[in-house]
Write a new protein. Structure first.
Length: 260
């Protein structure tokens, strides 16, 4: 039974859309019975939602969501600033770990920072919002590259010029491919002093409602801050934060989708 509200027609319309979104194409009888809707008003709502292109009827005479909802979603996504969405969870991560935090994106085949959060205990690292970074010597860069489509990933790798600036830097495309496969398996990336010898970083991916990679976050510290004993724990913290941000963008895990 739906909760009585000051605008019952709107509440019922939203409930219908939500029900179809959760269950896929549904018959009118199924929707009416499950939501306990009055039949007369339910059919008026179906007709109006169909007129507004919010739902349609498929060849099995079931109701399903329709094109105007896609239009709404597209307009909303265009106006979403991922920095505003990511800032609260990333701030909590920075406060919990006392480490430098970054948010980065892949833009035109290059990775760059779009948000930097420093705590009082943050080490001094030469980074700033807007800074470009290596796709094979940084945690965020490797993370962003790992979840690209295979064709795009290979296109980007083929254009890289490998320069070993520290003893742990990846030296060739094959080494990078092996590293990217490992990152996909474990769900996070690690910069083991590959760009700056004494700086380590763990990074985790952010996905949107369409399961597409949109950004990555990282925790940055010294070798003492992110030593071998702390690394996996901090990676777990980064993954949890990245998932919180992903959920704000509409992403759901397979388990959450199944439960709904």
């Amino acid at each position: 039974m739906l909760e009585i509200t000051p605008v019952p027609a709107l509440t019922r319309a939203i409930a219908i859309l939500d029900f179809i979104a959760q269950h896929g194409p549904c018959s009118a009888a199924e929707i009416i019975e499950t939501l306990a809707l009055p039949k007369s008003s339910a059919y008026l709502l179906f007709a109006e939602l169909k007129k507004q292109r919010l739902i349609t009827i498929d060849r099995n005479n079931n109701y399903c969501l329709w094109t105007r909802l896609v239009e709404f979603a597209g307009h909303a996504l265009q106006r979403m600033d991922i920095r505003d969405i990511a800032r609260p969870p990333l701030t909590r991560l920075m406060q919990q770990t006392n480490l430098l935090c970054h948010l980065g994106i892949l833009e035109g085949g290059h990775a760059c920072y779009i948000l930097k959060l420093e705590s009082a205990a943050t080490i001094s690292v030469r980074s700033h919002e807007g800074k470009s970074l290596s796709l094979y010597r940084s945690g965020i860069g490797k993370c962003l590259l790992a979840w690209q489509q295979p064709e795009e990933q290979e296109r980007i790798i083929s254009g890289l010029r490998f320069v070993a600036v520290t003893p742990t830097s990846l030296r060739n495309a094959d080494a990078l491919r092996t590293e990217l496969a490992r990152i996909r398996r474990q769900g996070w990336s690690f910069d083991n002093g590959e760009d700056y010898p004494d700086v380590r970083c763990v990074a985790a991916p952010i996905f949107n409602a369409r399961q597409q990679l949109v950004a990555a976050i990282s925790l940055v510290g010294t070798r003492l801050d992110i030593d071998d004993d702390k690394r996996d724990y901090l990676a777990g913290q980064a993954i949890a934060c990245a998932r919180d941000i992903s959920r704000l963008l509409g992403w759901r895990s397979p388990a959450e989708k199944h439960a709904s």
